[in-house]
Design a protein. Sequence first.
Length: 250
Amino acid sequence: MKLLNLSPLLAVLLAGLGGHASAQDVGHPHGITTKADAAVEASFDIVRTRISSEGRTAIFQMAVSGEAGALRPAQSGKLAGSSVFSYVWPTSLDPSVIGFEAKAGILAFAVTSHPDFDDTPLFDENGDGKLDNDGDLWHSHWVVLQPDAACGKDALKAVDIPEGAKPRVPKTWPGLPILIDSPGWTPVFKDKTVNVRVPFDDISAVEGGSFDGVTAALRVNASVHSPLLCVANVFKVASGDLSLPGKVNK
């Protein structure tokens, strides 16, 4: 599987979340269109990324060259060092839009799978009456990201919550010591696409934003300590440079 060096991409993103359009074909209302790359695993080979709005609902969509969602991490049997596969929409939205502290980091919407732990304690995705055994099924999150050298040079992490701190978090925060939300919005996979419908009280906050698309693997720290969750491998970036060129449809 082809992996990307995150360092130059992160530098562009941190230089200004508004970004500039890259050399990719950025259309409206078609979002970010990206050429297929045979060197990238097809189920993570992004070819189109969109965020559109319909009434008070934002629709997150990503298309790949292969079957979306076809690959999930292998179970390791332990939390420490376990893997998370993800389809991610980094955005220019302020984290306060969904209930975190303002300016806490880069707000991203993500669809993830990780068989070694469950971080959606309010939801029973596999319908077996248990709330803590379905992390392997694809599910959605909001997550706040920041760079942390402990994850690698210029690498991103989910923002940790220091012991004893009580930051502002959404009502569906799963209780983990990181800035992550488990809102329960169900991703729908169909052939080459993944779609998630996300309702908002104020859709205008979303419609004014910009976005990008990323497929990546994250890793739980081997010591299960700060940083808890690092972006370990980037498979593909829709824009090529994390400049967030996509504009939400109106």
